[in-house]
Design a protein around this ligand. Sequence first.
Ligand code: NAG
Ligand code: NAG
Ligand code: NAG
Ligand code: NAG
Ligand code: NAG
Ligand code: NAG
Ligand code: NAG
Length: 442
Amino acid sequence: MFISRVACVVLLISLSVHLSAAQATLLDCLNATNATVIDQSSPAYSTQRLVANQRINRTPAAIALPNSAQAVSEIVLCCRKFNVSAVPRSGGHSYEGYSVADNSVVVDMTQGFNFYEPQGDTTAWAGSGIRLGSLYYEAWKEGGEVFPGGTCPDVGLSGLLLGAKGGGGGNFGIVTRMHLQMYPQPNTTTLIYLEWPASEAVQVMQLWQAWAPTAPDAMTSNLQMAQYGVQMHGLYSGPMSEANALLQASGLLNVSGIQYKQYNEQPFIQSALDFGAETTGISTSSPINLMLGPNVTEWHNSWKAGSYDVPTALNSTVLNLMQQAVNQNSNGWIQFSAYGGQISRVPSTASAYAGRYSLYNIQYSIGWQNPSDTQPSMAWFAQLQQTLNPYMVNSAYVNYIDNSLQNWETAYYGDNLQRLQTVKQTWDPTNFWNNPQTIPLP
Ligand SMILES: *[C@@H]1O[C@H](CO)[C@@H](O)[C@H](O)[C@H]1NC(C)=O
Ligand SMILES: *[C@@H]1O[C@H](CO)[C@@H](O)[C@H](O)[C@H]1NC(C)=O
Ligand SMILES: *[C@@H]1O[C@H](CO)[C@@H](O)[C@H](O)[C@H]1NC(C)=O
Ligand SMILES: *[C@@H]1O[C@H](CO)[C@@H](O)[C@H](O)[C@H]1NC(C)=O
Ligand SMILES: *[C@@H]1O[C@H](CO)[C@@H](O)[C@H](O)[C@H]1NC(C)=O
Ligand SMILES: *[C@@H]1O[C@H](CO)[C@@H](O)[C@H](O)[C@H]1NC(C)=O
Ligand SMILES: *[C@@H]1O[C@H](CO)[C@@H](O)[C@H](O)[C@H]1NC(C)=O
C-alpha cells in the first residue's frame, strides 16, 4: 500500500552561483551559504553525525542544514569545488546508514524542509525532510486526511517514497519537496494483535500466506516470527465486526494455543500511534508524540536486516528453517508483510521498485544495544541469509537496503535497472551522487 502520485522536484544545479576566491576551504565555502553548518569542532557534531542505526559510525567533514533550495544548490557547488561527496539525509533511517559518509558533507533536510502544506484540494506539498510521524500528525491536525506510508514514525518520507517510486535514495540529486495525493480518513479503523506460541509458527504462516495477499484492500497485516512466539499485527479500515469476520474465514483464529488476541476499534490516528509505539516505544497518549518520535541520540539501537520478495508461497521445509533460526537467538526476527491490493495493481515497470507482483515481502533482522552483541548478531544474520538464499528469488526491497546482498542491482530494480541506468547517465554522468549501492552508470 503505497502512493498513487508523487511529483518530485529534483534540484538542478544552478551554474550562476559564483564562489569567491576568498573561499579557501570547504568550510569557508559552506559558511558562505545560507545553511547552518556543523563542523567537527561544533558541540553538536557528536550527535549530528549519528543516524538511527547506531551500528553505523562515520565521520563526515560537516553537516549542513539548508533552509532553501538555493542553499541546497550552493552546498552542492561547494562539494563539487572541493571534490567531496554530498550526501542527502532526511530520516537518517537507511539501514546501512547511507545518509552519512566519511569525509562527506551531509545535507540534512530535517530542519529546513520539515513542512506539510495542504493545497485545499486532495493534495498536499511535503518537504523532503519530513518524517512519517510528522506527516501523519500534521495531516490529522489539518483536517484528518491520511497518507498510506509505513508504520515507523521516525522513517523519512522521501526515503520511503523514493525507494518505492523513483529509485531515489541518493542516486540522482536532492529532492526538496513532494506533491502528495492525500486520502480521506477512514470512518474508523480496527487495530488487530494476535499471538500464538512459537510451536505454531509454521501452521500460522501457512494460513497467513494463503490469506493475507488476497484479503480485501481494507485489511493490511504483517506476521512476525520470533523466539517468544508468532505475532500478527493488522490494520483494518472499518469496524471490528468486519475485521473479525475476515479473520474467522482465514482459519487463523482456529489455530490452537492463541495466547493473545486484541481488537481496538479506534480512529486512524490512534492506530498510527499504536503502531509507532510498537516500533519505537513512543507514548500513545497524544498524537503529537508521532511527530516527536524517538530521540535517536538516546536510542542506541543497532540492527542488521535484509529482505526477500516472495512470489510463490513457501513450503514447510523453508518455514521450518526460519522457525529454527529465530529459536536460536532472542534478538532475531523474521517479518512477513502482505502485498496484493494496490501494490500489485501498479505494474512492476511503472516505478523503480520491481517486486510488486510478490505475495509478500520478508524482512529478516536482528537488533541489539550492547556492542558485545555485534559480532554474534552479524553472524546470526549471515547464517540465516546463507540458509535462505537457495530458496529465494533475486528480488529485494531497496528500503531494507543491505550491503551483503548479492546481485543487489537486479534484486532492487529487476527489469527497471537499465532504464534507471539511462536516467543516471543523463543526469549524473560523473556519478557524483553515489554510495555503495547507488545505481551504477551503464
Ligand atoms: C562564518 O562566517 C561568519 C561571518 O559571516 C564568521 O563570523 C564565522 O567565523 C565563520 N565561521 C567559520 C567556521 O568560518
Ligand atoms: C537565510 O535564512 C534565513 C533563516 O535562517 C531566512 O530568513 C532568509 O530568508 C534566508 N536568506 C536567503 C537569501 O535565502
Ligand atoms: C576527487 O576525489 C577522489 C576520491 O575521493 C579522487 O579519486 C579524485 O582523483 C579526486 N579528483 C580530483 C580532481 O581531485
Ligand atoms: C463513513 O461515514 C459516512 C457518514 O456516516 C457514510 O456516508 C460513509 O458511507 C461511511 N463510509 C464507509 C466506508 O463506511
Ligand atoms: C474454524 O472452526 C470453526 C469451529 O470449529 C469451524 O466451524 C470453522 O469452519 C473453522 N474455520 C475455518 C476457516 O477453518
Ligand atoms: C536527545 O537526547 C540528547 C541526549 O540526551 C539531548 O541532548 C537532546 O536534546 C535530545 N533531543 C531532543 C529533541 O529531545
Ligand atoms: C520445498 O521447496 C523447496 C524448493 O523451494 C524444495 O527444495 C523442497 O523439497 C520443498 N519441500 C517440500 C516438503 O515440498
